[in-house]
Design a protein around this ligand. Structure first.
Ligand code: NAD
Length: 452
């Protein structure tokens, strides 16, 4: 490696706020760009690894995914024309169990995003102590720009393209941004058809997040929001807050954001602003989270813009609203320094994956704003996906109350493990959550070894 490249690696690590100058960065050839999402994700891991003295070979293994799969497949559109569509599946690590993670359907999805999200799934499953590794995938497509029939063909062709690389005991996809329970049903059906020849047991267990009528779990749709409010209920008291009477804003009013808002409101909190890809709205007297979710679901534009019981507001007015809790639940890297400067909350609880950049987080922490990291706060989705998989494999069906109770136990224990690591290593919550997750993975590598 040239001196210039080596020093830019070192600068990159410094400027992304990490207290490491790890040879791993150079050894695995990570992009020396502090704004690169994958670099940021791995840098956070290496920072935690240094504090806890994680064996170097475990750091090395985790610094790159095990498999990066990219597929291209032709699909005929309703007008008779053909389009070549790009899809991804990244299988990051399977030391703890089968690869597990969602599928993003978005016209701007890139390999680096998928790699980062797959990495976060490894951390998240380990922190929640689920018997899963981490994976993620996506299709480079805008689902809003296609008819239902086109989406069905795209989803079924994608499933066919990756079918030999997934499986109910090997890699189990689920929904993420832009993908729905209906998409998961088409995937499960296509996979089951293809797997018939190979005699795969419980083929529909290859996908979670399916409709309840077709092997989905009760409680899966709201699970990520439910897990987020379970974590809030556990952690707010130590921040001198309680749900009843707390105020909050929601950035991103899709599955995670709208469910988190509805469930937090049901605990006595009040939403005063919300936003999504269509705009920002605010009403300091309160925006009913259920009513807004109903409006979004029935609005042909599918967004919060135009909601009649709140005013449209600027981005600045949205971010700077004085509240107790800020819930980012949209996409990655939405809280950079400019947004962190505006935020006027006591705690940011990450519903989205990686919504806060390292520079944004440093600024928030320096301003006394606590950040509850995504690998803890949004682990409810994968936890109930795990429950769905167990129900599929045991031919059983659990009641909603049972799902909620088991989810609460899992979320509270993950929060406790994070708190213990924070106390032991005297670090911020994100580093603590990574340490708890890495500790679990390191133990498994120590016990099982690496073959050959
Ligand atoms: P979704 O597609 O249901 O919702 C995404 C929301 O983000 C939509 O409201 C969309 O309008 C909004 N959005 C998109 N671009 C935006 C922009 N530029 N500004 C403001 N808002 C914007 O997706 P989701 O499933 O709710 O996922 C949201 C986040 O939560 C993602 O980071 C995802 O990876 C993460 N997550 C989802 C789950 C799950 O179970 N669905 C689980 C864990 C983590």
């Amino acid at each position: 490696m040239s001196t210039a490249t080596a020093s830019s690696h070192a600068n990159a690590s410094k400027s992304s706020g990490q207290v490491f100058n790890s040879p791993i960065v150079q050894e695995v050839g990570l992009p020396a760009d502090p704004d690169n999402l994958y670099f940021q994700t791995v840098a956070t891991m290496l920072h935690a690894a240094e504090l806890m003295n994680l064996p170097k070979h475990v750091q090395l293994i985790l610094a790159q995914p095990k498999n990066e799969i990219m597929v291209h497949f032709p699909v005929q559109m309703d007008n008779g024309e053909w389009q070549l569509i790009k899809g991804y599946r990244v299988q990051h690590n399977n030391a703890l169990g089968p690869f597990k993670g969602g599928l993003r359907f978005h016209h701007e999805v890139h390999l680096d995003d998928v790699k980062s999200l797959a990495f976060l799934m490894t951390m998240k499953c380990s922190l929640a102590q689920l018997p899963y590794g981490g994976g993620k995938g996506g299709i480079r497509v805008n689902p809003r720009a296609h008819s239902n029939a086109e989406m069905e063909r795209i989803v079924r062709r994608f499933t066919t393209a990756i079918a030999h690389m997934i499986g109910p005991d090997y890699d189990i996809p689920a929904p993420d941004v832009g993908s729905t329970a209906q998409h998961m049903a088409w995937m499960a059906d296509t996979y089951s058809f293809l797997a018939e020849v190979g005699g795969v047991q419980n083929p529909h267990a290859v996908i979670t997040g399916k409709p309840v009528e077709y092997g989905g779990s009760k409680g899966r749709e709201k699970a990520t929001g439910q897990g987020l409010v379970d974590v809030l209920a556990e952690m707010l008291p130590e921040l001198g807050l309680q749900a009843k009477g707390a105020t909050f804003v929601t950035l991103g009013y899709g599955n995670v954001g709208s469910w988190a808002a509805r469930l937090f409101q049901d605990m006595g909190a009040k939403q005063i602003a919300a936003s999504d890809h269509t705009g920002f709205i605010r009403n300091d007297k309160g925006i009913d989270a259920h009513d807004l979710a109903h409006y979004v679901a029935n609005n042909p534009k599918g967004g919060v813009a135009g909601y009649p019981k709140a005013d449209a507001c600027s981005k600045e007015d949205f971010y700077s609203a004085k509240v107790d809790v800020f819930i980012p639940a949209a996409l990655e890297q939405m809280i950079k320094e400019p947004e962190a400067k505006l935020i006027n909350a006591k705690v940011v609880v990450e519903g989205a994956n990686a919504p806060t950049t390292p520079a944004g987080e440093r600024l928030l922490l320096s301003r006394g704003i606590e950040v509850i990291p995504a690998i803890l706060a949004n682990a409810g989705g994968v936890t109930v996906s795990y429950f769905e998989w167990v129900q599929n494999k045991t031919f059983s069906s659990w009641e909603a109350e049972e799902v909620d109770r088991k989810l609460n136990i899992a979320m509270v224990s993950a929060a406790k493990r994070t708190r213990q690591a924070k106390q032991k290593y005297k670090c911020d919550l994100r580093t603590a959550a990574y340490i708890a997750a890495l500790d679990n993975i390191a133990k498994v590598y120590a016990i099982r070894g690496i073959f050959p």
